[in-house]
Design a protein around this ligand. Structure first.
Ligand SMILES: [Zn+2]
Length: 379
């Protein structure tokens, strides 16, 4: 596909059927067209596996084609928002802020084209992973909505369930939903990479492992979803693009550059991904700090608080930045999954000397639970 060429992707799912446009943004200084195309090309390599998986699904009558969903009509949006379910995990605590679409590009470089590119890249990476878990990932981009938040929740389409009957939409854990609202993307501090971190956080609620909330659907807790986002998801989505070239256009904190280079043993690609992930974390932390009126967040001023027990709720913005940074520094491969059995799997653990820098920060995580993961179920 030629640079700048537009292409269309059929968007299906959950009773909403629409078209969405993805393609290179001529004004883009970021490489999101590259990210999307890299992931689409990668998806083709696993097509054989995909066919086998689809055949298996077909036998059971549950083939899923899925899907970034585009904006629905405003009335419908409101209903979707109202019925996301009581146990939905939010990016930030509920707020009444609205940031409307003015049709332009934000200070952080966000517009509808970029928004769709970021969602598409995340979906292309994670849809097969969910499918292999026997689940369907439904990633919904609600660009027109002014809401400043994002949600993760399980279940069938809430509207479909309400209209047809069939019980609570939360009950069917095969369907894993992520809603991203346009108002959040249009926050002036938000960037495309920051938005990817948001999506990764929401995906983390579904598959991010321990510590989990052990609510009705066992979602990974807020800090862990952040940690998963930086250690696994950002790397998986961005690993095959030229992050070294990307960083030449991105202002980078000198301390971040030094620590990423040291933590990743001067491996240029890994260091670049670490830096890019850290700066994405900073963009998102600025948004979170603004929403919570928490003041400045900075890599040089980590949250030194120590929790007496692991905190499942939303940590402070500085603490969340520390988590993104730690996740970026962690050298455990993104191919080593987190686990819902123990917080050790797939993570950097201080007791293992080489992984000290990338451990979960103690401003939300209490490390005494490394050795007694069963205690986490009672938090
Ligand atoms: Zn969350």
């Amino acid at each position: 596909m030629a640079h700048g060429e537009k292409f269309e992707v059929t968007i299906l799912g959950g009773g909403l059927i629409s078209w969405c446009h993805f393609g290179a943004d001529p004004s883009a200084s970021l490489n999101w067209g590259e990210v999307v195309m890299t992931q689409l090309n990668r998806a083709r390599f696993v097509s054989t596996r995909f066919v086998l998986a689809m055949s298996a699904w077909a036998l059971f009558g549950t083939v899923q084609v899925g899907t970034v969903q585009a904006d629905a009509a405003p009335g419908r949006l409101a209903r979707v928002h109202d019925h996301k379910g009581p146990d939905a995990c939010d990016l930030v605590p509920p707020n009444r802020l609205q940031i409307a679409d003015d049709g332009g590009t934000t200070r952080g470089g966000m517009n509808q084209v970029r928004f769709n590119q970021v969602l598409k890249a995340a979906l292309t990476t994670y849809e097969p992973i969910f499918r292999n878990n026997g689940q369907k990932l439904i990633l919904r981009g609600l660009w027109k909505s002014g809401d400043v938040n994002a949600h993760a929740y399980p279940g069938r389409d809430p509207i479909e369930v309400l209209e047809r009957g069939g019980g609570s939409p939360e009950l069917d854990l095969r369907f894993r939903r992520v809603d991203i609202y346009g108002g959040l993307a249009r926050h002036p501090d938000m960037t495309a990479d920051g938005l990817l971190m948001v999506i990764c956080h929401e995906i983390g609620h579904h598959i991010g492992g321990m510590p989990a909330k052990f609510d009705s659907w066992g979602a990974s807790n807020e800090g862990q979803s952040d940690y998963f986002a930086a250690t696994k998801c950002m790397r998986k989505v961005l690993e095959n693009v030229d992050n070294v070239a990307f960083l030449k256009r991105l202002p980078v904190d000198a301390g971040v550059r030094n620590r990423c280079t040291a933590a990743h043993s001067r491996n240029i690609k890994d260091s670049a991904l670490c830096i890019r992930t850290s700066m994405a974390g900073l963009a998102l932390a600025k948004v979170l700090s603004d929403l919570g009126a928490e003041g400045r967040v900075d890599f040089r001023t980590p949250d030194r608080s120590v929790v007496a027990q692991t905190d499942n709720a939303h940590p402070a913005a500085q603490c969340r930045l520390d988590t993104y940074f730690a996740g970026a520094l962690c050298r455990v491969s993104h191919t080593k999954d987190m686990s819902f059995e123990t917080p050790i799997s797939g993570a950097c653990v201080p007791e293992r000397a080489t992984n000290t820098a990338g451990a979960r920060p103690n401003c939300w995580f209490n490390p005494k639970f490394y050795d007694r993961p069963e205690l986490l179920t009672r938090l």
